[in-house]
Design a binder for this molecule. Sequence first.
Ligand code: ZN
Length: 305
Amino acid sequence: MSVAQSLEPSLTWRDAQRLAADVARRNPFATAVYGVPRGGVAVAALTGLPIYTPPWASVTPDRLAAEAPDGLLVVDDLVDSGRTAEPYVSAGLRFDAMFRKPTSPPEYAPLAEPAEGWITFPWENETGPEDAVVRLLQWIGEDPSREGLVDTPRRVVKAFHEMTAGLRQDPYSVLGTVFNESSDEMVVVRGIRFSSMCEHHLLPFTGTAAVGYVPRERVIGLSKIPRLVEVFAKRPQVQERMTNQIAETLIAALDPKGVGVVVKAHHSCMGCRGVRQPDAEMITSSMLGCMRHDPAARQELLRLM
Ligand code: ZN
């Protein structure tokens, strides 16, 4: 079993058959189905409806709309960004799918089952995300079967699983026990090393975080602060959001008088591509409560950091 499969149960043929029957049921007008390659072809077959096979060498949505029989339903396995569905719907064809992402545009397959996380369909081979890496290697002109690359897809999937571990962790539970302590002395943890993943390029950004807060009545163990940084770092991120998430979680969990977070990082996507500035450092901060409103508190924080 691959790493990715262990995250989500894969869909069985029986599940797929039931979901395809639901697609057929909610489109009673359909007299025939056309499946969008590749996953939609399997969905079409499972609906039990007559399959429309276009006789042309290549199929375009416009030609389907113009020449296919009335009552044609176009089906796919999953609507994600909507980019696949869009040309069929624009051409005036009826479109449905087994699943849709909660974030998919609502006009495509609105009645499809919501898909949380990664779904492995029974018609995909055992290594869905590993296949994606093979495709990427082929696309850059490499030979995925040569010795140095043959295990790369497995390693990449494992690395992505590890680098996104924070998606599967609850930031509040890593904070552990919250102690009642009527201290209002500023607490600062600095030099917290992290490595995160830029969500625009899926490349690493690495650096340090400094976190400080002034308690009101509640404190946490100091070792929990680096763990909180880790939870937000280990997911696709933008540095600004990561900085805010750390600060806002501490506000919500501890109701402190104030929180300040400063993050400094080097972004690989700025170093190895684009503007090629590997030494450029990006600094973000989030100051809440007294750190925002009280200049003396902010000064003390920045001095300690
Ligand atoms: Zn980037």
